[in-house]
Ligand binder design. Structure first.
Ligand SMILES: [Zn+2]
Length: 131
């Protein structure tokens, strides 16, 4: 049901913009999902469609784009893709639910520091919206 909560937040944000413009129709909605969200795209799409419908808003085109997870080492400032780092599968699974666990398991391949921050791939947001 994680997807419904995400969809709800997106619909809320879109609706407040629509209210400002007094619009009931979205020509194109571009939504970005961070890969760390591990949201099911089909479920998310369905949830968005249903929630917009329930508010009487017509979305002509809905696009979901995945954003890759990137981490930056705070010490040497190198940027790593999550796939580059050697993380066991069960930890990857845990990272999807609690991104903070990353700090306990991940080391920078360059300097060995564990002080890495997640710089993308966490959130779900509206990249653009055309009315
Ligand atoms: Zn480093």
């Amino acid at each position: 049901m994680h997807e419904w909560a995400l969809a709800d937040a997106i619909v809320e944000a879109a609706c407040s913009l629509l209210n400002e413009r007094r619009a009931k129709r979205i020509a194109l909605l571009n939504v970005v999902i961070g890969s760390l969200q591990s949201a099911d795209r089909e479920v998310l799409k369905f949830a968005l469609t249903e929630l917009f419908k329930s508010r009487g808003i017509k979305v002509e085109e809905l696009r979901l784009n995945e954003e890759e997870a990137l981490l930056r080492c705070r010490l040497c400032l190198k940027i790593w893709k999550l796939e580059d780092l050697d993380i066991p599968d069960d930890v990857k699974e845990a990272v999807h639910f609690i991104p903070e666990v990353i700090h306990a398991y991940v080391r920078c391949l360059n300097c060995g520091s564990q002080d890495l921050e997640i710089i993308s791939g966490r959130g779900v947001y509206i990249a653009s919206m055309e009315l």
